[in-house]
Ligand binder design. Structure first.
Ligand SMILES: NC(=O)c1ccc[n+]([C@@H]2O[C@H](COP(=O)([O-])OP(=O)(O)OC[C@H]3O[C@@H](n4cnc5c(N)ncnc54)[C@H](OP(=O)(O)O)[C@@H]3O)[C@@H](O)[C@H]2O)c1
Length: 283
């Protein structure tokens, strides 16, 4: 399909979902503008044959420069933006400092918004575009010790949903992907953020944090129902190619269950279920 020779900008292509989606979309015929936070990963991507650009979502200058350079190579066109680069800061809400929460929002929300707001005028001018936000099952429900990450994904759901309504009279489609557990480097990166930003030895939750550390150090599938990143790819392809893309794409069985249960269960029952499933921080 020749129409697939379209420009797609992806953030966070060094590992996990971003790398998988970038690799497979390129094989499918898309022109992938693969971005990564660190120059070593940009070099690896270039060595693998990608057009790659350094883009650190925490840094406005980096976002602007990457977008500017990408527009130069695409002649000012952009069919799709896959907002993906993020990390998950673990820790109880009462153990989050202002700086730690702010840092989580800088990466997972403010950087995404800034990049999206650069892409929209380009899409408005050309008359079409697809913006796909990689949200999470944790954009639908909370989970113990995930408050910072949950807050960014709930906020993303709010911004994206408002934007979808604001763009309803255009041909720019906004989609949210809601993955449950997916194999990636997310736990390795969470471990770094936990050890760096949470004073876990002096917390009232210190004994429960032992389980958090154990979980973050475990390699292999995080839990039953974990899927490979190709499960997300399938939804991204639908969001890019279907004339009527979905508003939300559930990925993994836990997301389908939660999507259903949160609509039918009373709040207290839902809380009970979430407390049970967190298994004192082990889940
Ligand atoms: N895996 C899951 O179970 C799961 C479930 C639901 C949703 N998600 C979502 O999926 C997306 C991708 O995560 P993943 O699971 O593939 O995890 P991952 O393997 O850890 O990949 C995260 C990517 O985000 C990048 N990133 C982090 N901070 C960044 C910054 N400041 N600027 C630019 N890029 C940055 C990382 O780059 P570095 O290598 O440089 O750190 C990496 O490329 C995230 O939005 C996450 O919330 C994942």
């Amino acid at each position: 399909m020749n129409e697939l020779n379209k420009d797609i900008l992806i953030t966070g292509c060094s590992s996990g979902i971003g790398l998988c989606v970038a690799t497979q979309l390129r094989k499918r015929g898309y022109r992938v503008l693969a971005t990564a936070r660190q120059s070593k990963d940009v070099n690896n991507l270039i060595a693998s044959g990608f057009e790659s650009f350094q883009l650190d979502l925490n840094n406005s200058e980096s976002i602007k420069k990457a977008f500017h350079d990408i527009m130069l190579v695409t002649n000012g066109k952009l069919y799709g933006l896959f907002n993906n680069g993020a990390y998950a800061q673990p820790g109880a809400v009462e153990d989050l400092s202002r700086e730690t929460l702010r840092a989580q929002f800088e990466t997972n929300l403010f950087g995404w918004l800034e990049l999206t707001n650069l892409a929209i005028p380009v899409m408005r001018k050309q008359g079409f575009g697809r913006i796909i936000h990689n949200s999470s099952i944790l954009g639908m429900i909370p989970l113990k010790f995930r408050g910072a990450y949950v807050a960014t994904k709930f906020a993303l759901e709010g911004l994206a949903s408002t934007q979808r309504i604001e763009l309803a009279d255009t041909d720019i489609k906004i989609c949210l992907i809601e993955p449950g557990p997916i194999t990636s480097r997310i736990r390795e990166n969470s471990l770094i953020a936990f050890e760096k930003n949470i004073n876990y030895k002096n917390s009232v939750f210190s004994s429960q944090y032992e389980h958090v550390l154990e979980r973050l150090k475990t390699r292999g599938p995080a839990m039953k129902g974990t899927l490979p990143p190709e499960a997300v790819l399938k939804r991204v392809i639908h969001a890019l190619e279907n004339p009527r893309p979905k508003i939300r794409y559930y990925v993994t069985a836990p997301t389908y269950w939660i999507g259903f249960l949160r609509r039918v269960l009373p709040y207290r029952l839902m809380d009970w279920l979430l407390i049970k499933s967190s298994k004192g921080g082990k889940g």
